[in-house]
Design a binder for this molecule. Structure first.
Ligand code: FE2
Length: 397
């Protein structure tokens, strides 16, 4: 796949073909000509065929956008070219002409050789940490895993998946590895929601987690400790799944019930893939109209779950994850026992996860403060489930 976006100094560069024709562009667009940066489109101007042809005549293939407009631009591309968005800018790192994926450094094992390169990003600096390839695999030492995010090139995602499989084969089936493989899988599912093949694999993963969880009570702690600061839809869903399954294990649900709960919680927000990212990532409060649109993600999730042929129990869990016991939730304003059992579990896990994850411009609450908010909203959540949830987390936080 040719790279369509890259970053230079204060600008990031975009292939001309990525710009949708005949549409107002939400930010200034520049070209580099004779060593100078010149404005080609002012914010709000349409990208016309004339301009496209001019660029073609000048043999200009890349245009540039201010770094400060990156978020607006990404949202815009998602709006008009969602497939390109997922292929190119779903994840945070687009550095030096490449796309990167953040991996869990806890999953790197010094004993197993790595056949892909690792990079580190400490918030401002980005550098190669370990140069490795299939021809030249290398081991990483614990001392090399310094502060910062560890990244791999997205081209190496399959090699990383194979690496995780190797760890599993070497009997290193630890919760963190299970969680990392599930995260990769959810990333794919949230990019291509109606692909049934991935859904079957997800079912297997959930079973692995449950089997591990029933054997090993530390599973719950390990699943929850892995909660990270990533703010992507699929990571949120993974955390909600971990919390829901932990609560399910705690109340000793049957294995089959746990499997269904795992599916419902993993896919509860899958409908967000059909909501404009302009709304999903808006800074500050949504307008009334925007909130109405936001709320439709529940119905969209239900539609996808039906398209996937999931069972009624799973669909009800998804459908009710924003309902509140006192009838103030949405979309159906259900009350008390009208809300499904899975819906009640996922509602608690979802609310807790949202409160403890930092959003743009907003600090995350500590686990303690988040639980306090849930308790104060006790008219909203099932009392007994909430008590168990608090006790479960109380051992860890
Ligand atoms: Fe939701």
């Amino acid at each position: 796949m040719s790279t369509q976006i890259r970053e230079i100094d204060n600008y990031f560069s975009v292939k001309v073909e990525l710009l949708p024709l005949g549409v107002a562009i939400p930010c200034d667009v520049f070209i580099q000509e004779e060593g100078e940066i010149k404005t080609i489109l002012k914010k709000g101007e349409h990208f016309s065929l004339d301009i496209k042809n001019t660029l073609k005549d000048k043999k200009i293939e890349m245009v540039h956008v201010n770094q400060g407009d990156k978020k607006i631009f990404q949202n815009f591309i998602f709006e008009f070219k969602p497939k390109e968005y997922f292929n190119n800018i779903l994840d945070r790192y687009t550095i030096n002409n490449e796309f990167y994926y953040k991996i869990e450094k806890e999953c790197l094992n010094p004993e197993i050789p790595i056949n892909f390169s690792l990079y580190v990003h400490d918030g401002s600096n980005f550098q190669l940490l370990l140069e490795a390839s299939e021809e030249n695999p290398k081991n990483i030492s614990q001392g090399q895993l310094i502060e910062g995010d560890i990244l791999i090139s997205k081209r190496d995602l399959n090699l990383y998946k194979d690496y995780l499989q190797k760890l599993i084969k070497e009997n290193k089936t630890e919760p963190k590895i299970l969680k990392e493989t599930t995260k990769l899988l959810l990333r794919e599912i949230y990019s291509e929601p109606t692909n049934r093949k991935n859904l079957l694999i997800l079912g297997d993963k959930i079973e692995e987690i449950i089997n591990y969880g029933t054997l090993e009570s530390k599973m719950i702690e390990n699943l929850l400790i892995m909660k990270k600061l990533d703010n992507y839809n699929y990571v949120h869903s993974l955390n909600v799944m971990a919390l829901s399954l932990s609560l399910g294990l705690k109340i000793k649900l049957e294995k089959e019930e746990l499997r269904l709960l795992g599916l419902a919680s993993a896919l509860h927000d899958i409908g967000k893939t059909r909501i404009s990212p302009l709304i999903l990532s808006k800074l500050g409060k949504l307008s009334e109209k925007e909130f109405q649109i936001y709320k439709t993600h529940v119905i969209e999730s239900v539609k996808i779950a039906k398209e996937l042929g999931l069972s009624d129990k799973v669909i009800d869990g998804i459908a009710h994850h924003h309902e509140k016991l006192n009838g103030t939730g949405y979309p159906f304003r259900l009350k008390g026992e009208q809300i499904s059992f899975f819906g009640k579990i996922i509602a608690i896990a979802d609310a807790y996860e949202m409160l403890t994850t930092p959003k743009a411009m907003k600090y995350a609450l500590t686990p303690y403060n988040a639980l306090m908010i849930l308790v104060q909203d006790k008219g909203c959540y099932d009392k007994s489930l909430l008590q168990t949830f608090i006790k479960m987390l109380g051992r860890i936080i």
